[in-house]
Write a protein that binds this ligand. Structure first.
Ligand SMILES: [Zn+2]
Length: 853
């Protein structure tokens, strides 16, 4: 899945929910008949299975399914089976009078299910007074659509048919094989081609009124589909899909393994997108856009999510993790792979910078005691869903990039292809990957990877320079204070000097001396920023680096800034050292580096600047950023690239929200009002940040304009831009109105969790938003009960800081349990406590530093 999540606790090693291993499926013949008006469906399933030993029972998964008849045939005999349900385990057991012999058997099931409103299983979606039935089966919801052996290792082939209303279309994993009238009046039955061998969670079906734009790449037909009113917004995605498929066909030795590719935007969708085999389903915002007005960020997001889901066609669909504990083999790999086709197609997007930014997301979470190792056990659906977190996605990808940089891109690619070839149409675990890589590269990839995959946390390394008569070297060692119990890693480290010498070694517990040509003023100990570790350098070396930041590449500048800020957060450094470094970035004009800097500045403003210090802090931030803003100006030049547009937007956001710069806020308001007056006249990238900045001091008149514009918008980006910005108003009456709006019928449940998180992200609205959230908790739970609903909300609560906040949050969730966000809750509490401690230790030092300016 592609999802924007923040998350994680103990995952108990209970296997109570696993199926017995005596029966395995080989083929499913499925028919479903949705009744969109009644929100139910009828189903029949014939499952071909193999028994390892004679048995009178067969246990499989089923949830919210009512069984009508079940028969089991084997050895020429057909028996009626009794059904026993175990709802707490999502299981059903079929029992027959006489033992079924070992070997092949056939189970026939007639059943009924519900089209739920929880965006999982086969669920109901609505748009434009039409109804849709759509699947989202990962992780454990295939069992809501059909009784099944719903574990990823039970791969089988699937033949699906759907009986649907006249005028509706159906899209599934296989191409349409036949479409015939009936049974019944005003119905038709669509039969799809049999799928290749795959896991249950990849089965897909979308039924309703869809319109598709068709293209192809390397002879594979590709369609991008939407509801008919969004016709004309699929072009960007289709172009990207064609480019990406051609790239992957060159990269992988196994060419795209399925016969067609459909990409479908559905009106209600819980995650970002889902990589169903040859039928990728999407939330509309990440797929559809008006090509004339789409912002730089949405154009990039569309291509990036597509590249992610299409990478899954190999990593996930063709080769699947054996069990959910290794979900990173799907998600880490898709995140690692997604940037490659985009770097080739649009080098100006600088995806290499986004990679380094993603590493920071992982390392921030991984710095908490309540983080988890990449491979972590999970057995219940709640525990499994909580594994879809930045550790699986961003850390998984970061470790792969580090290994790739270490063994070399070509050797890594050969190893990846060997792994795919060996495990295609089958399942793998972590050892299968690193064993294949170690064999194909001849390097100890297995030893290095095991330390990053099976241990939690971020390694810190100490670097010092040694220069004497014997020559120069960088002495690199793992910091000993890192953890309790002590952990050690095998870390591929590369150092770089001002004269651009790069030297590398694998650093273990014994440390390493990396030889240098000459004695430099500094070394940067994460050359290229490919490493997953933090660097602790002596403060005089950081001071030398600050004077010389232009010598570092943009990825390295992101790494140095992020490391130094992480050192402050972890209590290793005082805030002054970081601000000295930040002062060296006055000439920074790279958008990604600027956005990293601005992220830290925002946190300092919120968490460390006391009311007394705030004016001095804001004016220092304004002085630091204004030269860049003056350079880039408010007016879009026709020839400028996306980076400059994004830089402008970042500066407007920072000067508005962090520096509270009156001129910038007033100008943002003027720009937004002119756009509201004449929609389509202001460049969208700027608008995405100007709209929330204008809301900062916004009144009810502006609020109502945002509501009206959001309702009138025809493309998803514009609709969400104005809708989510309602969360940026801070007037208490408007904060209340926004909460009522979120809870009310107009906001789709797919958007509610993001909307709530945005409101909790507004420091001036946070306390009231939280009080209202608590008051409306049961309504909100009904509305956001889907995948990552609670992890998103509980994660956002972690932005509180200060005495009493942790106890308040803890007390609330002790009564209002969140079993699907247990680890996330621990992480949020830890973040609140860490922020409170940091503020106590550093806010005085911030004030002193500002006084000296
Ligand atoms: Zn994914």
């Amino acid at each position: 899945m592609g999802c924007a999540v923040a998350i994680l606790v103990h995952a108990t090693a209970s296997f109570a929910q696993r199926l017995p291993t005596n029966v395995s499926p080989t083929h499913y013949e499925l028919s479903v008949t949705p009744d969109l008006q009644k929100a139910t469906f009828g189903g029949s399933a014939r499952i071909d299975v193999t028994l390892t030993a004679p048995s009178r029972t067969v246990t499989l998964n089923a949830a919210e399914i009512e069984f009508d008849t079940v028969t089991i045939s084997a050895g020429g005999q057909t028996q009626r089976a009794g059904v026993t349900l175990a709802p707490s385990r999502d299981q059903a057991t079929f029992t027959v009078a006489r033992a079924i012999p070992a070997g092949p058997a056939e189970i026939e099931i007639n059943y009924r299910g519900i089209l739920n409103d929880q965006l999982r299983g086969l669920y109901l979606s609505k748009a434009n007074n039409r109804r849709y039935a759509v699947t989202q089966l990962e992780a454990t919801d295939a069992r809501r659509m059909f009784p099944s052996f719903d574990e990823p290792a039970y791969k089988a082939t699937f033949s699906l048919s759907a009986t649907i209303d006249e005028g509706d279309h159906a899209i599934s994993n296989g191409a349409v094989m036949s479409d015939t009238p009936g049974p019944g009046t005003r119905k038709h039955t669509v039969k799809f081609e049999t799928t290749p061998t795959m896991s249950t969670y990849l089965v897909a079906l979308a039924v309703g009124d869809f319109d598709c734009e068709a293209g192809q790449a390397d002879g594979i037909p590709i369609r991008v589909c939407s509801t008919p009113d969004k016709k004309g917004q699929t072009g960007l995605a289709l172009e990207a899909a064609q480019e990406i498929l051609r790239y992957y066909n060159r990269y992988y030795s196994v060419k795209y393994p399925f016969k067609k590719l459909d990409v479908v935007a559905v009106p209600d969708f819980s995650a970002g997108a889902m990589e169903n085999t040859a039928a990728i389903f999407y939330r509309e915002t990440y797929l559809l856009a008006d090509p004339k007005t789409a912002s730089a960020s949405i154009r990039k997001a569309i291509a990036e999510v597509l590249a992610h889901e299409m990478a899954h066609q190999w990593f996930g669909d063709l080769v699947t993790m054996r069990w959910w504990d290794d979900i990173w083999l799907n998600e880490g790999f898709a995140n690692w792979m997604e940037t490659k086709p985009l770097k080739a197609w649009k080098p100006e997007w600088h995806m290499e910078l986004q990679e380094v930014q993603s590493n920071q997301i992982a390392m921030r979470l991984d710095a908490l005691r309540s983080t988890r190792p990449i491979r972590a056990s999970a057995s219940t659906p709640d525990q499994i869903n909580e594994l879809f977190d930045p550790i699986a996605y961003e850390k998984g990808a970061a470790v792969l990039r580090m290994i790739e940089a270490w063994v070399g891109e070509d050797a890594f690619r050969a190893g990846v292809n060997a792994y795919i070839d060996k495990f295609k149409y089958s399942n793998a675990k972590a050892e299968d990957f690193w064993g294949t890589l170690a064999a194909s590269t001849g390097k100890p990839v297995d030893k290095v990877m095991a330390t990053f995959v099976d241990q939690p946390g971020v390694p810190f390394i100490d670097t010092t320079l040694k220069c004497d008569a014997g020559g120069a070297s960088a002495s690199v060692s793992e910091e000993s204070r890192t953890s309790q119990p002590p952990r050690t890693w095998q870390i591929p480290v590369c150092v770089k000097t001002p004269s651009d010498q790069v030297a590398c070694d694998v650093v273990g517990p014994a440390g390493a001396n990396i030889a240098l040509n000459t004695c430099p003023a500094w070394v940067m100990s994460n050359a290229g920023a490919r490493g997953y570790y933090r660097v602790v350098e002596p403060t005089d070396m950081i001071a030398a680096l600050a004077r010389d930041v232009a010598k570092l590449t943009p990825p390295e500048r992101i790494a140095v800034l992020s490391d130094e800020w992480a050192l402050v957060r972890s209590g290793r450094r005082d805030i002054g050292t970081f601000l000295d470094l930040a002062s060296g970035f006055k000439s920074e004009r790279n958008q990604a580096v600027m956005s990293t800097l601005v992220g830290a500045l925002a946190a300092i403003g919120e968490e460390l600047a006391t009311q007394k210090a705030a004016p001095a802090y804001r004016s220092w931030v304004a002085r630091l950023l204004r030269p860049a803003m003056d350079d880039v100006g408010w007016t879009t030049r026709p020839d400028e690239d996306d980076g400059r547009r994004e830089l402008r937007a970042t500066l407007v956001r920072a000067l508005g929200k962090i520096a509270h710069d009156r001129a910038v806020i007033a100008k943002a308001r003027e720009v937004v009002l002119s756009e509201l007056e004449k929609p389509g006249t202001v460049e969208s990238t700027l608008l995405n940040d100007a709209v929330p900045v204008a809301a900062l001091s916004g009144d009810v008149t502006l609020y109502e304009k945002y509501v009206a514009r959001s309702r009138a918008a025809s493309d998803p980006e514009e609709q969400h831009r104005y809708m989510y910005a309602l969360a940026d108003f801070s007037d208490p009456a408007l904060v209340r109105r926004t909460t009522d709006y979120i809870v009310g019928p107009e906001v789709r449940s797919q958007d509610a969790k993001i909307f709530i998180a945005r409101q909790l992200g507004n420091p001036d609205a946070r306390q009231l938003a939280w009080d209202l959230l608590k008051a409306h908790w049961s309504e909100i739970q009904k509305k956001t009960g889907e995948f990552v609903g609670n992890t998103t909300i509980v994660g956002a609560v972690g932005s509180f800081c200060g005495p009493g906040a942790a106890a308040d949050v803890k007390g609330f969730f002790a009564v209002h349990k969140v079993p699907d966000a247990e680890r996330t809750l621990q992480q949020s509490l830890e973040r609140i406590e860490a922020c409170t401690a940091l503020s106590g230790a550093q806010s005085g030092k911030l004030a002193e530093w500002l006084n000296r300016r």
